[in-house]
Structures are given as structure tokens and as C-alpha cells.
Design a protein around this ligand. Structure first.
Ligand SMILES: N[C@@H](CCC(=O)N[C@@H](CS)C(=O)NCC(=O)O)C(=O)O
Length: 290
């Protein structure tokens, strides 16, 4: 039971400062708040993002494609600072009317194609380059099963559990218990799947791994919400095994630091425009050279 109850009024009214960590960027309407164009670089793909778990899915995919030697997948990754409201610029809203990162513009085609929602971005790139999505119907469908599983499940982890356990200004037993149970159930779903399979959808590393790893891998490694002990994350041994294996991939090591503006300076590459940026333009190098 919660410590206090709330009787909803007949008509809900917005309280601009609800006191939660993200109250400054939340509002009950869509659309731009200010006029500003997005920057455009020289590469076919323009990514507008931030290194949250949703953003990392896209940068890992690009780095995996480049790791395979696919030069056509070159991209510019521009920083969208969601705490400063960059997602509400007119330019960003034109690429993603939902005002959430990641958002992508494919300028290799005319007219350019906008792609938003991380799952749509992964699927778009997988189909465009014929990679990380098996062609055989059974394996393709299993990959898509798990891709869509992530899209439906992670909001309970982030918006539900993470919000009430870590970000809400007051802690209440009811939502924390409800979402903890659900997140532990989800971890068990993954653990059982990974007990039987090397990767999420079978023997092959796919866009399903790229979608699920940034959220559930970060959770079991205590990198989001500081909840690993609370959830007894170490008991999901197959999830931990898979998390560690995926983390060793060179493309994952690169992709996870793109558009990152927190943590160790050597793990922050605010913008990515070329491969050498990983060696030359992380914040430790930039600040060291000043
Ligand atoms: N379902 C979306 C979720 C994207 C999302 O929630 N992005 C967050 C950061 S992780 C965001 O941009 N939040 C800004 C806001 O809510 O204003 C996806 O998978 O792309």
C-alpha cells in the first residue's frame, strides 16, 4: 500500500514542477518549443541522439555496420541534450514528431527519409544493408519477436521501475512493488532464453541483441538506477554472461560512448563524424589539448 492516496479531480491540470528528475522537460503537449535547424554533416546518415540506452542502440548498429567494412554506413552523430530541451527544436521535431532520441535522417536517398523510434532505426538499417537480421523466415521472425519484445517491455523498466525506484521525488511501495515484480519477470524471461541460446534470437548476433543489451545489460551491471542489488541482478547468470560477451565487441565499445556527456572523460565522445574521432576527440583528449 502507498503511504498516501490521491483523489483525481474531475479534470486533470498540469503541475509544471512535479519535482521529479525529469520534470523540467516533461509537458503534456507535443510540437516544437523553439525555431532551430539541425546541423547537417557530410555523411549519408545524420543521427541526432544522446548515449542513453535508446540512443546506444543506433550508434552500436552504425559501428557494427562499419566494422563489417560497409563504408556506405558512415554517419554523423550530433548531440541532442534532452535535459536542455534540444528535442523540442523545430528541426528535431521535423525528424521525430515524438521529440525523443534517437532520430535519423537518411540523406543517401532523395528525398531524404526520416526514421524515428530506435526499433524502426535498427530495422531500417538492417534491411538497407542486409545485416544483423537473418533472411530465413523462422530466424527473421524470432529476431523481430525479440526486437518488438524490447519495445513493449523497456517502458516498464524505464518509465515504470526506474521512474518510481530512482527518480520519483517520494518513494511509494505500490508502484515500486508492481514494477519490480515486472522487471524481475522480464529478467527471468531473458535468462531462460539465454540459457538455451548464445544470443537473444539464437546463434547469431542480431538487432535484437542491439535493442535489448543497452537496457537489460546496463541494469544487471548496475549502470542504470543503481538497482542491481535490489533486483539481485547477479542471479540472472545467463543474462550476465551474455551482457559481458556483447560488451567485448569492438563496435559496442565504440558505439556506447558516442553522444555521451557524462562519466569518465575518456568515455565521452560528444559528437562522432569520423572513425578517428574515437582516438582523437574524446573529452580527455580535447580537454588535455586545451
Ligand atoms: N520508444 C522510443 C523511446 C525513446 C526515448 O524514450 N528517448 C528518451 C531518452 S532515452 C528521450 O529522448 N526523452 C526525451 C523526452 O522525453 O523529452 C525509442 O525506442 O526510440
Amino acid at each position: 500500500m502507498s503511504d498516501s492516496t490521491y483523489t483525481p479531480p474531475r479534470v486533470w491540470k498540469w503541475t509544471p514542477d512535479s519535482g521529479s528528475r525529469f520534470s523540467s522537460i516533461n509537458r503534456p503537449e507535443a510540437g516544437p518549443t523553439h525555431e532551430k535547424d539541425l546541423p547537417v554533416g557530410e555523411h549519408p546518415f545524420q543521427l541526432y541522439s544522446l548515449a542513453t540506452p535508446n540512443g546506444v542502440k543506433a550508434t552500436v548498429m552504425f559501428e557494427e555496420l562499419l566494422e563489417l567494412g560497409i563504408r556506405e554506413a558512415e554517419y554523423d552523430a550530433w548531440l541532442i541534450n534532452i535535459m536542455e530541451g534540444d528535442q523540442f527544436s523545430s528541426g528535431f521535431v521535423a525528424v521525430n514528431p515524438n521529440s525523443k532520441i534517437p532520430a535519423l535522417l537518411d540523406r543517401s536517398v532523395d528525398p531524404a527519409i526520416r526514421v524515428f523510434e530506435s526499433g524502426s532505426i535498427l530495422l531500417y538499417l538492417a534491411e538497407k544493408f542486409g545485416q544483423f537480421l537473418p533472411a530465413a523466415p523462422a530466424a527473421r521472425t524470432e529476431t523481430l519477436n525479440w526486437l518488438f519484445w524490447q519495445m513493449g517491455s523497456a517502458p516498464f523498466l524505464g518509465g515504470g521501475f526506474g521512474h518510481f525506484y530512482a527518480y520519483a521525488p517520494e518513494k511509494y511501495a505500490y508502484p515500486i512493488n508492481r514494477y519490480t515484480m515486472e522487471v524481475k519477470r522480464q529478467l527471468d524471461v531473458l535468462d531462460r532464453q539465454l540459457a538455451e541460446n548464445r544470443y537473444i534470437a539464437g546463434d547469431e548476433y542480431t538487432i535484437a541483441d542491439m535493442a535489448i543489451w543497452p537496457w537489460y545489460g546496463a541494469l544487471v551491471k548496475n549502470m542504470v538506477y543503481e538497482a542491481a542489488e535490489f533486483l539481485q541482478a547477479h542471479t540472472y547468470t545467463h543474462v550476465v554472461r551474455w551482457t559481458d560477451e556483447v560488451a567485448q565487441r569492438p563496435a559496442v565499445k565504440r558505439g556506447r560512448i558516442v553522444n555521451k556527456i557524462w562519466g569518465d572523460l575518456s568515455s565521452q565522445l560528444h559528437e562522432r563524424h569520423q572513425a578517428s574521432d574515437f582516438e582523437q576527440r574524446t573529452q580527455d583528449k580535447l580537454q588535455g589539448s586545451n
